[in-house]
Design a protein around this ligand. Structure first.
Ligand code: LMR
Length: 394
């Protein structure tokens, strides 16, 4: 059987975890995988999540199956969190999924059942795992221009021009906030123009919302998605709780759809659940139950929001301080975009060999496309890191 196989190439982001761990150099810096870290380099369990887990442990008296859609109250709370309290939920449905990736795959399966082989347009660049997830479900992929390396801004006009060439019924995958890997995001006016274009051209928005609360705040980070929801008849969403609840390994996410009316929403949701049954049957419960307890309890929710805000503001401050340090040391405004970007990532615009030199000669780890995780920046070593980065520039 297996003699026909060639080794699968390692995932470029996840491979960095092992390389970094194996590096004995004491001054090593991890700007790789997208996991939040505090000033001491830890990724703590959030206070509200820990309390919710305690309550769960004390009150849970069975672990029998919940059903294909997982925790129904979690799904309802996620619809509120993502679409907002005032959304018309009569035509929105959600299914709990194993993390953001599981939600992406579940939505992709729904698209494949609706329109086999439909084209999903992805941003260039995008999170590398988007492509295998879409293709794994049988969908075709094409890309639209997104990022201007020279200015660090979104190439909005080029993006719109390309999407004008998409066929009616095609799907457009968008990062709801905190674009991964670039950190460059659309503003409200651009979201509105995009919503008008998608509605006019009959293109289906597919929003990946993996960092809600990491950019400008919980509500602000959902603004683009909500502009779309107010302007298009149908859309799909994959939401992740990995980052904003720091429940990475518990695999908590939600696949959502908004249909033309309630009856179509029910039919689409039943197809999504049938796809889940064939993929993994039912999602894991523990993390989603903890998230649901946090979202339903006003005191826990307030504490979660406060801790999430602390994380967000720390990343913003690091962005400003690192951009300042790079400006001083490089004597240029080349890296000023880092302070303008939002979320966990920015792409520095270094070559592959510069990224390699940083790793091999200086123990500074970042993804091969020069994406850095802002939360991994060393609180007391920004100046030194800036000097190291500038030293490998040509
Ligand atoms: C990242 O982009 O680093 C994270 O989303 C982790 C992952 O699974 O790639």
């Amino acid at each position: 059987m297996f003699e026909t196989l060639q080794p699968a190439p390692p995932d470029k982001i996840l491979a960095l975890i092992g390389l970094y761990r194996a590096d004995p150099r004491p001054n090593k810096v991890d700007l790789g995988v997208g996991v939040y870290r505090d000033g001491a380099g830890r990724t703590p369990v959030l206070r509200a999540v820990r309390e919710a887990e305690k309550r769960l442990w004390q009150s849970q008296d069975t672990k029998t199956y919940l059903g294909l859609s997982g925790d129904i109250a979690f799904n309802a709370a996620m619809i509120d969190l993502v679409f907002g309290k005032d959304a018309d939920t009569s035509r929105i449905r959600a299914a709990q999924a194993p993390g953001g990736s599981g939600a992406l795959r579940l939505v992709a399966e729904l698209l494949q059942r609706s329109r086999p082989g439909v084209t999903v347009w992805t941003s260039d660049p995008t999170w590398p795992n988007h492509l295998p997830i879409m293709r794994g479900a049988g969908l075709a992929t094409r890309d639209y221009p997104y990022f201007d390396e020279a200015t660090g801004k979104v190439r909005f006009d080029a993006m719109v021009e390309t999407l004008k060439g998409a066929a009616a019924g095609d799907v457009v995958l968008l990062h709801g906030c905190c674009h991964n890997p670039t950190g460059a995001n659309l503003d409200a006016a651009q979201w509105q123009m995009l919503a008008d274009l998608l509605a006019e051209r009959k293109l289906l928005p597919f929003v990946d919302l993996a960092y809600q609360g990491f950019g400008d705040g919980l509500e602000a980070d959902a603004q683009g998605l909500r502009i779309l929801a107010a302007n298009v008849p149908e859309m799909v969403v994959a939401a992740s709780c990995s980052k904003n609840f720091a429940v990475y390994r518990d695999r908590v996410g939600a696949a959502m759809l908004m249909a033309r009316d309630s009856a179509q929403a029910d039919i689409a949701a039943s197809n999504m659940l049938a796809a889940a049954r064939a993929l993994y049957s039912m999602p894991p419960d523990h993390g989603a139950a903890a998230v649901r307890i946090v979202l339903e309890d006003p005191a826990l929710r307030a504490d979660w929001e406060a801790e999430l805000d602390e994380m967000r503001l720390r990343m913003l401050r690091l962005r400003r301080e690192f951009a300042d340090a790079l400006r001083r040391i490089s004597n240029s405004d080349r890296f000023d975009f880092i302070a303008e970007h939002r979320g966990m990532f920015s792409r520095l615009g270094l070559t592959g060999s510069q990224v390699e030199r940083l790793r091999d000669e200086h123990a500074v780890y970042m993804v091969g496309d020069s994406r850095i995780n802002v939360a991994g920046l060393p609180e007391n070593g920004l100046e030194e890191l800036a000097r190291t980065i500038v030293s490998v520039l040509d």
